[in-house]
Write a protein that binds this ligand. Structure first.
Ligand code: ZN
Ligand code: ZN
Length: 320
């Protein structure tokens, strides 16, 4: 499996596309964002191998985010490749107008519920509007589900549903073996955003913690993430991210203890300070994911968007 490194000025930094090939049989896992620079990165990376967009037989997407799925429709238009993505994310990759409108509605609803001030909300919506040109062309999609096996590029990929960061995020276990491509389920440096990255996910932190547990149980030797370098000890990394969330849950409890009762935006301000661009969504989203989890575990209550500690002190270790 080859890795092609792609630029990404817009969001989380550089992306990876992975190439699986066996003779003429050519598959990509993820495609990068639909900007001219990234399109060139991907074309150049394929050309170095003697391949072109038109040669691609299959595109496997880890999730719907534009920095992973952006070029899928365009490559499909040139190659007639089959595009695979989890059924939960399929409508968004297909450009289904109702699905996109539902996301937009839910986002507005949540921003209001989180207590994000109106001028900040406007700033975010303007940022998202300005970024809409990088969404890329819709693709015709073949939906997949957990446990499905794809035979592409001479390899056997088993879909491992890994929701949290996105509802349809899937990892792909390679050849039933010891390695997997993991998209944004596990990243080497920072922790994938939950709560804001996909507003459709119900109980986002809980889902993500279950995903980390699942990946730790599979105990891979190495995984290939959607950003940055391969992770050589994925089980340790999964546990580290669980610890990080446990610590963050503790910080959220501390904020409520000192400054509460408070809404998700206020908690976010104490955790992350001033936010710009996509972080206006990700910051309070992350705060919300933790508050929501603490609420379901009985440590905080919620009334009209305001969270309040139920017990004077709770041990986040018992919750996360
Ligand atoms: Zn993502
Ligand atoms: Zn990503």
């Amino acid at each position: 499996m080859d890795r092609i490194r792609l630029g990404n000025e817009e969001f989380e930094g550089r992306n990876n596309a992975y190439v699986l090939a066996d003779g003429d049989d050519l598959a990509l896992v993820d495609t990068g964002i639909a900007t001219p620079g990234v399109r060139e990165d991907l074309r150049d990376g394929l050309a170095e191998r003697g391949d072109a967009f038109a040669d691609v037989d299959a595109i496997v997407l880890t999730h719907f985010h534009v920095d992973h799925a952006g070029l899928a429709g365009e490559i499909q238009a040139e190659s007639d490749a089959t595009v695979y993505v989890h059924e939960a994310d399929a409508p968004l990759v297909e450009g289904d107008a109702d699905a996109a409108a539902a996301v937009e509605r839910r986002r507005r609803e949540l921003l209001e519920e989180w207590g994000v001030p109106e001028d900040v909300r406007t700033e975010l919506l303007e940022f998202l509007e300005a970024a809409s040109h990088i969404e890329g062309e819709p693709a015709d999609v073949t939906p997949i589900a957990d446990g499905d096996v794809l035979e592409v590029g001479g390899r056997r990929l088993e879909a491992v549903h890994a929701p949290g960061h996105a509802a349809g995020l899937c990892c792909f276990e390679l050849d039933g073996g010891r390695e997997a491509v993991v998209g944004d389920a596990l990243l080497p440096v920072y922790t994938p955003n939950v709560g804001g990255a996909d507003v459709r996910v119900d109980r986002p932190l809980k889902r993500y913690l279950q995903t980390l547990e699942r990946l730790a149980e599979r105990d891979y030797d190495r995984v290939w993430p959607g950003h940055r370098d391969p992770i050589e000890d994925p089980t340790a990394r999964a546990r580290e991210i669980v610890d990080h969330h446990r610590e963050r849950a503790g910080n959220v409890v501390d904020v409520l203890d000192e400054h509460g009762p408070a809404d998700a935006w206020t908690v976010s301000e104490h955790l992350f300070g001033d936010l710009e661009g996509i972080h206006i969504l990700h910051g309070p989203g992350e705060a919300f994911a933790h508050l929501d989890h603490l609420r379901h575990e009985g440590a905080v209550s919620l009334e009209d968007g305001t969270y309040r500690l139920v017990t004077e002190r709770v041990s986040p270790r018992e919750i996360v």
